[in-house]
Design a protein around this ligand. Structure first.
Ligand code: DOR
Length: 303
C-alpha cells in the first residue's frame, strides 16, 4: 500500500490532492453529495475584505482546450466566510486553505489576521488574478510589490503563508525569489494565463471584459515548466496546479518539484476528478515500485 501523505509548509495532508481556488467554492455545493474528507485540502474561492459582485457577464468562455474566466473575485467577503462557511468546513478532516486578494498590502494584512485567528490551516496570498485592477496582476508581476504584500501577510498571519504566482510574466523565478526572500512559507502556481476569444459571427469578444484567464488542459505544459523553473530557483515547497485532470498530470507537476497538486477546471466536468487524480497517482506509484507519493517530488531526472 502506497503512503499518500504529504506535508506542505508544515501542514500535514493525508494525500497530495487539493481543489484549486475558485473551482469548488467553499465546498458547500459539493459537500452535499461528496465526502470532502477524500481530499487532501481545499483552497477556498478567493476572498476580499468586503463582498464583491465580480465583473459583468458573460464572464466564462469555453474553448476546446480549457476555460477562459473573467469572474473578478465574486465573493461574500472575509467576515461572511468566517461566520457562515468556515464552521461547517472545519467539521471535515482536510486542510483548509483560504485564498485572499487585497486592494492594498494593508488589506492583505487585515485578512491574514482575521483568517488565522478563525482557524484556517494556511493562507494562499493571491497576487495573480488577471481580472481585477488593484490586487491582481499589479502585485504579481512586480518583484518589489510581490515582496511587500508577502511581508505584510507574514507579519499578520500565525499560519503558513503560500503566495500564488502568475504565469503572465517573462521570468517567474524573479518573482519567486522576491517572495521567498520576503519570507513566504510556500508558493502555489500557476494562476490562469491571460487569453481572449472572439465570436466570429458578432465580431465581438465573447467575454464582456474582453480578456480572461485560461485554465484547463492547455496550460498543463506551461505549469510543469514553471513549477520546474521555480523549484530549481528557490528552496520553498510548491503547490502545483494547471490543467491537472489525471494522475499522470499530477505526477508531472510533482516530478517537476511540487509537494502537492491542485485540481481546478477538471472539477467542472467531473466533481470526482480530484479523487480520480489521487487514486491514479497512487496506482502509478505502486506500479513503479514507489512506496510514498512524496517521493515523486522533484525526482525528475536530467537528460
Ligand atoms: O483566473 C482567475 N480568476 N484567477 C484568479 O485569481 C481569480 C479569478 C477571478 O475571480 O477572476
Amino acid at each position: 500500500k502506497v503512503d499518500q501523505s504529504v506535508v506542505l509548509a508544515g501542514v500535514k495532508m493525508k494525500n497530495p490532492v487539493v481543489v484549486a481556488s475558485g473551482t469548488f467554492g467553499f465546498g458547500r455545493e459539493y459537500g452535499q453529495f461528496y465526502n470532502l474528507n477524500e481530499l487532501g485540502g481545499i483552497c477556498c474561492k478567493g476572498l476580499t475584505l468586503h463582498r464583491r459582485e465580480g465583473n459583468p457577464s458573460p464572464r466564462i468562455a469555453e474553448t476546446p482546450m480549457g476555460i477562459l474566466n473573467s469572474v473578478g473575485l465574486q465573493n461574500p467577503g472575509v467576515d461572511a466566510f468566517i461566520a457562515e462557511e468556515l464552521p461547517e468546513l472545519r467539521t471535515h478532516d482536510l486542510a483548509i486553505i483560504a485564498n485572499i486578494s487585497g486592494n492594498t498590502p494593508e488589506e492583505y494584512g487585515i485578512m491574514c489576521e482575521k483568517l488565522s485567528a478563525a482557524g484556517v490551516d494556511m493562507i494562499e496570498v493571491n497576487i495573480s488574478c488577471p481580472n481585477v485592477k488593484a490586487g491582481g496582476l499589479a502585485y504579481g508581476t512586480k518583484p518589489e510589490l510581490a515582496a511587500e504584500v508577502t511581508r505584510m501577510a507574514k507579519a499578520h498571519s500565525t499560519v503558513p503563508v503560500m503566495v500564488k504566482l502568475s504565469p503572465n510574466v517573462t521570468d517567474i523565478t524573479e518573482i519567486a525569489r522576491a517572495v521567498a526572500d520576503a519570507g513566504a512559507d510556500a508558493l502555489s502556481l500557476i494562476n490562469t494565463l491571460r487569453g481572449m476569444r472572439i465570436d466570429v459571427n458578432t465580431h465581438r469578444p465573447i467575454l464582456k471584459m474582453n480578456t480572461g484567464g485560461l485554465s484547463g488542459p492547455a496550460v498543463l505544459p506551461v505549469a510543469v515548466r514553471m513549477v520546474w523553473e521555480v523549484a530549481n530557483a528557490v528552496d520553498l515547497p510548491i503547490l502545483g496546479m494547471g490543467g491537472v485532470a489525471k494522475g499522470a498530470d499530477a505526477a508531472q507537476l510533482m516530478l517537476a518539484g511540487a509537494s502537492a497538486v491542485a485540481v481546478g477546471t477538471a472539477c467542472f466536468a467531473d466533481p470526482y476528478a480530484p479523487v480520480k487524480v489521487r487514486d491514479e497517482l497512487a496506482a502509478l506509484a505502486e506500479m513503479q515500485g514507489i512506496s510514498k507519493v512524496s517521493d515523486f517530488t522533484g525526482a525528475v531526472k536530467p537528460w
